[in-house]
Ligand binder design. Structure first.
Ligand SMILES: *[C@@H]1O[C@H](CO)[C@@H](O)[C@H](O)[C@H]1NC(C)=O
Length: 966
């Protein structure tokens, strides 16, 4: 203890001489004690200043440490309780350091600002401290794949903001805590989307009280535990569920009949329990892809069941389920069916899969049934297994289907074919034939919606999408290799991943930490069918290490205790003053803000001045009762409908998915923001509806669709160079307004070409503020977000690395949109990232910077000269600089665009209001009027409406709301 204090003081002393001290003294001292318990620190963690000298993995704000990310660097040691002195810490990710052992500090709850705590795949043990429930800001808690034991602390139920809770693959025991009026419990986590508790020793019944219609869970993974008793019927109330795994427990009794109310569920796995009673009827679960009920004690049931009514099934696994009778031929016509496993039942009669069976079929396993006949009506190339049926019982039979054995694992590997390549020892050849030390790990999928593990296409597309995503995040990645796809003992498909470095033979520490964070924080999201995953990286042993030798040197420093005393007092005083200042600031904020709560009426309906309240009935009426035909877009938030009032005014209606609490927060956020924001280049909020459980936003209708559709030519609009300049200028002005003039300023966070809409005069309107977060003053700037949001391809690499959102993240995304303007292609296409493509191809000594290959052919072939195109490219590349400080502000960009527009002979203020007619006339009418040109209109064939309506119906308006990562 004394020694620790001496070290602590010694460090403070050393730092007295620093005129400018980038790192706060308290933080510096805490970090020093922390690292004393660690070995294998990154090399950059030697001397110097953590905030000032850019220690890898450390992010600071105003000299305070707010984030530590050190995944897969091979750290060993323990996590010291001095961690809590880092009182501004918001993110801690130490994943994939198997050598980090011992228990979590019991006082961890003192880290009041912590939002992300990710300790996946380390060697931590002991109980999870109760104080964890004091981390009031926590949104992500991932403690999976450690050796934690003891109970799940009830205090976790106090984490109101919790979104992601992963405790799987530990040694946790005891039952699931629920609230009882005095004590908290997990039933209170109504904002949580993920309960991942699989592979533990949890026991007891799953409490009724755990589930309610207030919950918004997507993934409920309780598999591989010791749960007993029945499935509570309250589970049927959690309508948001998409994956439910209860397999490999000791559950029993009848399955509640309302399970089929969970109509969003894709994966339902109930196998290896002791369920009795009838096989549950799943009629109506029309999104169900994968169902497994094997190895239970269900009453005998006819195999006809309800299966044929579920068109989305890919996989039916009902081994040893008490099925009898003859298989209906319709079963094999389920269009996406890949796998039918019904071994060990009493299926009898003859097998007939007809001639028009699913083209996806890979496996039919009917071993050990009572089939007496099999008529082959056509050749088939899937695996058919009929051993131990009467049809194979007579001697002398030598038919392949009587001997075929199960072969579910696929040994898929990304092909690497580099015969001429000789790699130095230890290095491996990449799929693109580069030698290097790959970053490797094991990737496990916990509830995939398909079973076609033998089909290489699934893994090819996964490999390609991961590769593209990593490159688009600006990581130095050459290529990705997937291999050894197998089914593990817990029923999960898993595979090995190797990620190869680009332009060097090994990743540096920053590269390794970034890759780790991409997986540990689930920044990479595979396409939906793969479901939730866990990635455990191997440690990356190839770079040099610092073995903490500096500690010894510093302990020797002579300490003047009076100096230290003064220093500590001064520190304390400053801290006190800052507290007072913070409090005052908070109050000021509260007053200047339209507060939802303070303006609530008795029934909870917010009263806001600018936006109008719409009733559900009113909106039902104008959307033909929210009919499918009125849908003009969809996203994670919900659907977007077009509505038409009796007076023919058109509106766009964003309707959130029922019961989405996360949505409710975004909803409230969006109303508060938009009702205060008015600019000609921003989509206007007309009103909202918060009624009868509905959360709806009503916007002005923007008839000409998205910028992306216009550029890709899917909406029938052609944009010449002048129009593209004007649209860029308009969108930039909208963003400039959000950044510099809105009060409080707004960062958009999801700028992309589908979020820029074009009105009837092709004026740009920036849409979708659902992701915006307020930032009031400099204190709030650099706000560390709880979830990285945005869209791959547009995502600022600095933002996703630090989680710190600034307006420069919008500038990055805007730069990508500018490149789309020039190339008319989506940011990531066939594995190629537009930013890289342009940077590689550019030759500033040549005409049009030698980018002819990449420039939209429509621009090259048009009569309009490409005035200022080079300047435009320069500006775009400035926007996508790696570091935010090197990028221009939106204000600076607006000025530059105005200059280009002038050069092109246009009046920069022409795009607003009636002045645009100037251009209209000057261009001879033809170009500018395209959007109202009848030749572009196709008639919808529905009710005759005013002209704008038929045009609107003709164009594909993708009023996309989200598509962001969350
Ligand atoms: C098949 O099994 C069912 C129920 O056990 C029985 O009623 C039926 O007669 C059997 N059919 C044949 C062809 O054996």
């Amino acid at each position: 203890m004394v020694i620790r204090l001496v070290i602590f003081l010694a460090f403070l002393y050393i730092r007295v001489g620093d005129a400018v001290s980038p790192t706060d003294n308290q933080d510096y001292a805490a970090l020093t004690v922390l690292t004393k318990h660690w070995e294998n620190l990154p090399l950059s963690w030697t001397g110097g200043d953590p905030c000032g000298n850019e220690w890898v993995g450390i992010t600071c704000r105003s000299s305070r440490i707010i984030s530590i990310k050190l995944s897969s660097v091979g750290l060993t040691g323990q996590l010291s309780g001095d961690l809590v002195s880092l009182s501004e810490l918001q993110t801690l990710d130490l994943s994939y350091n198997i050598g980090l052992t011992g228990s979590l500090p019991p006082n961890i709850g003192q880290l009041a600002k912590l939002t992300i705590l990710i300790l996946i795949g380390c060697g931590f043990s002991g109980t999870i401290p109760d104080s964890i429930g004091s981390l009031q800001q926590l949104t992500d808690l991932s403690l999976n794949s450690n050796k934690f034991s003891g109970q799940v602390p009830a205090s976790i139920g106090k984490l109101k903001e919790l979104y992601w809770l992963d405790l799987s693959d530990n040694k946790l025991s005891g039952s699931i805590p629920v609230s009882d009026g005095t004590n908290p419990g997990l039933d209170l986590l109504v904002n949580a989307k993920h309960f991942h508790f699989g592979i533990n020793q949890l026991s007891g019944t799953i409490p009724d009280r755990l589930f309610s219609s207030d919950m918004t869970l997507i993934h409920l993974l309780f598999d591989n535990n010791n749960f007993t008793g029945m499935i509570p019927s309250t589970l049927g109330l959690v309508q948001t569920l998409q994956a439910v795994r209860l397999d490999r427990n000791k559950l029993g009794g009848h399955i509640p009949s309302n399970l089929k109310d969970l109509t969003d569920v894709n994966e339902l796995v109930l196998s290896n329990n002791d369920f009795s009673g009838p096989v549950p009827d799943l009629t109506g679960m029309n999104n169900l892809n994968y169902v497994d009920m094997s190895n239970n004690s269900f009453a005998a049931a006819n195999v006809s069941l309800w299966l044929t009514s579920l068109e989305s099934l890919t996989t039916v696994i009902m081994e040893n389920t008490g099925l009898e009778g003859q298989l209906p031929v319709e079963l094999f016509c389920i269009p996406l069916l890949q796998t039918l496993m019904m071994a060990n039942n009493q299926v009898n009669g003859s097998l007939d899969f007809g001639t028009t069976y699913s083209s996806q079929l890979l496996l039919i396993d009917l071993r050990n049934n009572s089939l007496s006949e099999f008529t082959v009506k056509s050749s088939y190339n899937f695996t058919l297994m009929l051993a131990d049926n009467k049809v194979c019982n007579f001697s002398g039979v030598n038919l392949s289907y009587c001997h075929a054995q199960q072969d579910r694992g696929s040994s898929y590997s990304t092909p690497v074919s580099c015969p001429a390549l000789q790699c130095e020892s230890g290095q491996k050849p990449s799929p693109k034939c580069k030698c290097g030390y790959p970053y490797t790990g094991t990737w496990t999928f916990r509830a995939p919606s398909f079973s076609a593990f033998g089909n290489p296409n699934y893994f090819k597309s996964l490999q390609q999408s991961l590769e593209e995503s990593l490159v688009s995040l600006n990581l130095p990645v050459d290529s990705v290799l997937l291999s050894d796809v197998v089914m593990d003992a817990f029923g999960y498909p898993k595979m090995r991943v190797a990620i190869f470095p680009a332009g060097q033979v090994l990743f540096n520490t920053t590269g390794v930490i970034s890759l780790g964070f991409v997986f540990s924080n689930q920044i990479y999201q595979p396409s939906k069918g793969f479901g939730p995953y866990v990635f455990i990286a191997d440690s990356y042993p190839y770079f040099g290490k610092n073995n903490g030798s500096r500690i010894g040197v510093i302990v020797g420093a002579v300490v003047g205790s009076s100096v230290l005393f003064l220093l500590l007092c001064a520190g304390g005083y400053a801290y006190h003053r800052k507290k007072i200042a913070d409090k005052a600031k908070q109050q000021a904020n509260a007053n200047s803000f339209v507060s939802w709560d303070s303006q609530q009426t008795g029934d909870g309906i917010p009263q806001l001045k600018a936006a109008r309240f719409f009733s559900v009935e009113e909106l039902q009426k104008c959307t033909n009762n929210f009919s499918e035909e009125n849908i003009i877009g969809a996203g994670g938030y919900g659907k977007v409908y077009k509505g038409i009032f009796a007076d023919r005014q058109m509106i766009a209606i964003k309707r959130s998915q029922a019961g989405s609490m996360q949505g409710s927060r975004e909803f409230r956020n969006e109303i508060e923001l938009l009702s205060r924001v008015h600019h000609k280049n921003l989509v206007k909020l007309l009103g909202f509806c918060y009624d009868q459980g509905e959360q709806i936003l009503v916007y002005e209708f923007i008839p000409n669709g998205t910028l992306m559709d216009a550029l890709l030519g899917t909406s029938g609009i052609q944009l010449d160079w002048i129009r593209r300049l004007m649209i860029t200028l308009g969108a930039a002005r909208g963003l400039q307004y959000l950044h510099e003039l809105a009060d409080p300023p707004i960062i958009h966070r999801d700028i992309k070409s589908t979020n820029i809409l074009l009105d009837e005069r092709l004026i740009a309107k920036v849409a979708d503020f659902g992701l915006s977060k307020l930032f009031g003053d400099t204190e709030e700037k650099g706000y560390v977000t709880t979830q990285v949001k945005g869209t791959l391809g547009y995502l600022d690499p600095e933002y996703y690395m630090t989680n710190q959102v600034t307006e420069k993240s919008d500038v990055y995304s805007f730069g990508v949109v500018m490149l789309e303007m020039i190339t008319a292609r989506i940011p990531i296409q066939k594995g190629k990232y537009i930013v890289k493509e342009i940077k590689t191809a550019i030759d500033r000594t040549k005409d049009l910077y030698s980018l002819q290959e990449l420039i939209d052919p429509i621009l090259l072939s048009s009569a309009t000269p490409l005035v200022g195109l080079e300047k435009f490219v320069d500006l775009a590349l400035n926007c996508v600089q790696d570091s935010g400080v090197d990028r221009p502000t939106m204000g600076e960009l607006v000025q530059e665009f105005e200059n280009i527009v002038k050069l092109a002979g246009m009046n920069p203020s022409a795009e607003s209001g009636p002045l645009s007619c100037t251009y209209d006339g000057a261009s001879g009418g033809d170009a500018w009027n395209t959007s109202t040109d009848d030749s572009l209109l196709r008639h919808s064939g529905s009710t005759p409406l005013i002209r704008t309506e038929s045009r609107a119906a003709a164009f594909i308006e993708k009023f996309r709301i989200t598509g962001h990562i969350s």
